[in-house]
Design a protein around this ligand. Sequence first.
Ligand SMILES: NC(=O)c1ccc[n+]([C@@H]2O[C@H](COP(=O)([O-])OP(=O)(O)OC[C@H]3O[C@@H](n4cnc5c(N)ncnc54)[C@H](O)[C@@H]3O)[C@@H](O)[C@H]2O)c1
Length: 295
Amino acid sequence: MKNVAVIGAGTMGNGIAHTFAQSNYKVNLIDISQASLDRGMATISKNLDRMVAKEKISEADKQNTLNNITTYTNLEEGVASVGLVVEAATENLDLKLKIFKDLDTFCAADTILASNTSSISITKIASVTSRPELVIGMHFMNPVPIMKLVEIIKGYSTSQETYTIVKELSEKLHKVPVEVNDYPGFVANRILMPMINEAIETLYNGVAGVKEIDTVMMLGMAHPMGPLALADFIGLDVCLSILNVMYDGFKNPKYAPCPLLVNMVMAGKLGAKSGEGFYDYSENRKAEAVAKMFQ
Ligand SMILES: NC(=O)c1ccc[n+]([C@@H]2O[C@H](COP(=O)([O-])OP(=O)(O)OC[C@H]3O[C@@H](n4cnc5c(N)ncnc54)[C@H](O)[C@@H]3O)[C@@H](O)[C@H]2O)c1
C-alpha cells in the first residue's frame, strides 16, 4: 500500500499528510476548501523547514516529502486508486457520515477507510458503509509529525486483518500503535478530558489561578504542559464536544462539562486558535509555542 488519501487539510490533516509523505507514501490531500489546502501545504513546508534547520532531515528530504503530496478539491478524483483513506475533516457527525457514504461509493471495494475522529463512534461511521469490516479509527495526536502515539480503534465489525494492516502501517510511519475498542472517548480522551475538566472545575471553584494549576501539574506530576494550556491547544470547543459525547454515551455525571468551559465556548474563547482561552495568544506567542513543539 503506497498510495493514501487524507481528507481535510486542517490541523490534523496536514500533519497526517506530512507524516505519510515523509515516509515515502504518495499522498492525495483532499479538502473542500482550496484556501485550506494552500494553508495546509504552507504549514507542512514551514514544519519541514524547522526539521531541516534542526538537521533532523536534509533539504532533499524536504523536497521529496513535498513532491509526494498532491492536492485535490474533488473527493472522487482524490480517492481513486488509493489503498487507504484517512479522514480528518471537521468533527461533525453528519459531515463524517456523508463523507463515508461517498467514500464507500467512490473507493475500490478493498480500500480501508480510517477516521481520525476524537470522539465519534467508529461503529456508527462504519454502519453507513457496505464494508464495516474495513472501517477503523486511526487517532493521531497533535502535532502529528512529532507525537508517537496512534490509537487504533476497532469498531464493532472491524476485521482483525484490517487492524493488522493499519497497525503495521503505523509502525512504518515510526509511530507506536495501541489497540483500543470503540467506546466513547476511546482511551486517550476518556482519561485526559476528565483531568482537563477537573482542572477547569478547580479554577471555577477559586482553588487556584490558571498558572498555579498548570504549574502544579507540570512540576508536581512531570507533565510537559499544564492541563489548561493543553485545553487551549486542543481547542475548548473540541474539549466540550468530547466531554458531551462521553456524558451522553455513559449517562454518567462525572463527565458533565464544567459550566466555566461551557461559558467560555459560548463566548467564543476557544483557546490558541481564537487568540484567547485560559491564556492570551497573540500571533507571535502562538507561533513560538508551536515552534517549541518542533524542537
Ligand atoms: N485538533 C486536534 O488536536 C485533534 C487531535 C486528534 C484528532 N482530531 C480530529 O481530527 C479531525 C480534524 O480536526 P482538525 O483539528 O484538523 O480540524 P480543522 O478544523 O483544523 O480542519 C478540518 C478541515 O476539514 C475540512 N473539511 C470540512 N469538510 C470537508 C469535506 N466534506 N471534505 C474535505 N474536507 C473537509 C475543512 O475545510 C478543514 O480544512 C476531527 O475529527 C478531530 O476530532 C483533532
